[in-house]
Ligand binder design. Structure first.
Ligand code: TXA
Ligand code: MG
Length: 351
């Protein structure tokens, strides 16, 4: 791939500097790519309406053309041009959750290039709430197509440094607005099926969605049913695979701790270096175990925001294997479980 000089510009996350935004917006209008922060993860953005620019997203990420992109907008008026219909349910949801980490799958209008939707007749749209993302989309004056700014199959980036680790030399500009607050990607909700269905759990919880639309469906993909869903290609089990193998331990907290500790001891006895991804409440049990420990925090919000950083830190730390605990299947926990399941590629120890 051709080498591009990558510039990193620091930007104020709450009050983005207008000249920096204008510079980035001009690049987007010129058909170039820009990496920018959102409240979920960093995005690799291009002008949705320039197929050549969109094509560039796929080659830069080494992403399969069959995996459709999310289109980011900054005001609801932009929705009208991108879809053929805005159902009443969509209005209720955008009213409650936009701007924010909710992506809606709606019937695509003919203005949306086929490359963006991977040939589907639907398009995924979201209005992010990060001030930098909103300012950038507004200044560019176009809808911004953006996947997460990582190489295909790698963990999503929650800092500019993560994005650079994957894509340095492939994009002209990275806007560094610091770490992303939510830390897991948006919830993808399909409004084109008979009942609204979650295709990917994310930053807006199932409970929150049901408080607006009580009939929202989500078939939890638990360790016991690991069939790959075909509807959202991002549901590929290995989509978020870290560079070293990961194992997910799932069960009551005490049982998880005991099983992970036993695995640490066995592997260390064989001379392996083991990394563990745990919660603050587990720390005392692992202190002195010899494992390389990454603490995710004590609330689901903290765990979500540190999860991808934890996977990246451990994979760079020289361990042979990463052992992860799981979390309860409620609130942000559904998204956390989903990402851990994907990171472990189905290597699950059910207790
Ligand atoms: O939080 C996020 O959503 C981040 C930030 C950058 O906005 N973006 C993100 O994009 O995670 P990406 O490309 O990594 O994931 C997009 C997901 C994929 O699982 C894709 O299959 C699904 O959205 N998707 C996109 N268009 C779709 C469509 N028309 N129908 C069903 N799923 C779709
Ligand atoms: Mg992604």
């Amino acid at each position: 791939m051709q080498h591009t000089q990558t510039t990193v510009l620091l930007i104020n996350a709450t009050h983005p500097e207008p000249p920096v935004i204008e510079h980035a917006a001009a690049l987007l209008r010129a058909g170039e790519l820009v990496i920018f922060p959102t409240e979920t993860v960093y995005g690799l953005g291009a002008d949705t309406l320039q197929p050549h620019a969109v094509q560039h997203i796929f080659t830069t990420k080494e992403r399969a053309l069959s995996d459709p992109l999310i289109v980011h907008i900054a005001d609801e008026a932009a929705l009208e041009a991108l879809v053929t219909d805005v159902p009443a349910q969509a209005r209720q949801l955008t009213h409650a959750f936009w701007p924010g980490p909710l992506t809606l799958v709606l019937p695509a209008s003919s203005r949306v290039p086929k490359l963006v939707t991977a040939g589907l007749d639907t398009v995924a749209i979201r209005m992010p709430r990060h001030p930098v993302a909103l300012a950038l989309i507004r200044a560019a004056g176009v809808p911004v197509a953006a996947p997460s700014a990582n190489r295909f199959m790698h963990v999503s980036p929650t800092t500019a440094q993560h994005a650079l680790a994957d894509l340095n030399g492939r994009v002209p500009l990275v806007l560094d607005g610091g770490p992303c607050a939510v830390g897991v990607e948006s919830t993808v909700l399909d409004l084109c099926s008979e009942t609204p269905t979650i295709l990917r759990p994310g930053g807006v919880s199932l409970e929150a969605l049901r408080s607006v639309l009580p009939n929202v469906q989500f078939s939890v993909r638990e360790p016991s049913h690991l069939q790959e869903g075909q509807k959202a290609p991002g549901q590929l089990l290995v989509h978020y695979a870290p560079k070293v193998p990961a194992f997910l331990f799932d069960g009551p907290v005490e049982a998880m701790r005991k099983a992970i500790l036993a695995e640490v001891e066995q592997r260390q006895a064989r001379g392996e270096h083991v990394g563990v991804l745990i919660a603050d409440e587990d720390f005392a049990a692992f202190q002195g175990s010899g494992a390389c420990i990454y603490r995710l925090g004590s609330t689901l919000e903290q765990v979500a925001s540190r999860l991808f950083a934890g996977l990246r830190v451990l994979e760079e730390s020289g361990v042979n294997i990463i052992l992860c605990r799981s979390f309860e299947a409620q609130g942000l926990g559904l998204a956390i479980r989903d990402r851990l399941l994907k990171a472990s590629g189905g290597n699950v120890v059910s207790l």
